[in-house]
Design a protein around this ligand. Structure first.
Ligand code: GDP
Length: 194
C-alpha cells in the first residue's frame, strides 16, 4: 500500500466525538510516552509533522484521527507512563482509553514497545486491557535502529522473560531509517481488505 493522502480529521476525547461511524477500519497506535509513536505515524505516512513529536509529556490527552487514502483511519491514542502526571490525569486517561477500546468500531490496535526496554508494568497493564476487551492487536517494537543484530537478539531474550511472543508475529520498526515500513503497510493493506 502506498499512502497517497494523509490528513488530520479531528481530535476527540470520548466516543461521542469520534468521526461519524463509516465502517472504515481503524488502525490505532498506543504506547508509553516517548516510545516513538508520533515518529512512527509520521514515517508511515511520510509526513514530517502529521503527528506531533516530542510534545510536553502529559499535556495532550487527545485521540487524534487521521484519514488515510480516503478509506482508512489511523488513530493516535494518548500515551501513558508519565511519572509526573497527577492521579486525576491518569484516571482521565484510563477513561478515555476504556471508552475507545469498548467503542463499537472496526479497530486493530498496534501496541508500541521500545525494543531497548523491558516492558513496564503499564505496558503489561495495557496488554491485559487489550486481551480483556478482546481487541485484535499487534506488537510493534520501535527504535530498532538503536540495537545491533546481536544486541537485538539478547534484548528479545530478556523481554521474553516478561512477555511471550513469536518473532514472526511482531513488527520491528525504525522511524529513523524507515525499516519495517513496507512490511507494516502491506499488513495494513491486507487487514483493510478483510
Ligand atoms: P511519542 O512520545 O511516543 O510520540 O515519541 P516521539 O515520536 O516523539 O519520539 C520520542 C523520541 O524518540 C524522539 O526524540 C524521537 O526522535 C526518538 N525516536 C522515535 N522513533 C525513533 C526511531 O525509530 N529511531 C531513533 N533512533 N529514534 C527515534
Amino acid at each position: 500500500m502506498e499512502i497517497k493522502k494523509a490528513e488530520f480529521i479531528k481530535s476527540a476525547v470520548y466516543a461521542n466525538e469520534y468521526p461519524k461511524f463509516n465502517n472504515f477500519t481503524e488502525f490505532s497506535f498506543i504506547g508509553r510516552s516517548n516510545v516513538g509513536k508520533s515518529s512512527l505515524i509520521n514515517s508511515l505516512t511520510k509526513r514530517k509533522n502529521l503527528a506531533r513529536t516530542s510534545k510536553t509529556p502529559g499535556r495532550t490527552q487527545l485521540i487524534n484521527y487521521f484519514l488515510i487514502n480516503d478509506k482508512i483511519h489511523f488513530v493516535d491514542l494518548p500515551g501513558y507512563g508519565f511519572a509526573k502526571v497527577p492521579q486525576a490525569v491518569k484516571k482521565n486517561w484510563g477513561k478515555i482509553i476504556e471508552d475507545y477500546l469498548t467503542s463499537d468500531r472496526k479497530k486493530i490496535v498496534f501496541l508500541l514497545l521500545d525494543l531497548r526496554r523491558i516492558p513496564s508494568n503499564e505496558d503489561m497493564e495495557m496488554l491485559k486491557w487489550l486481551e480483556h476487551f478482546e481487541i485484535e492487536y499487534y506488537i510493534i517494537f520501535t527504535k530498532s535502529d538503536k540495537l545491533s543484530n546481536n544486541e537485538k537478539f539478547k534484548q528479545l531474550k530478556e523481554i521474553k522473560k516478561k512477555l511471550v511472543f513469536d518473532n514472526e508475529d511482531v513488527f520491528f520498526y525504525s522511524s529513523l531509517k524507515n525499516t519495517g515500513r513496507e512490511e507494516l503497510l502491506k499488513f495494513i493493506e491486507e487487514k483493510t481488505q478483510n
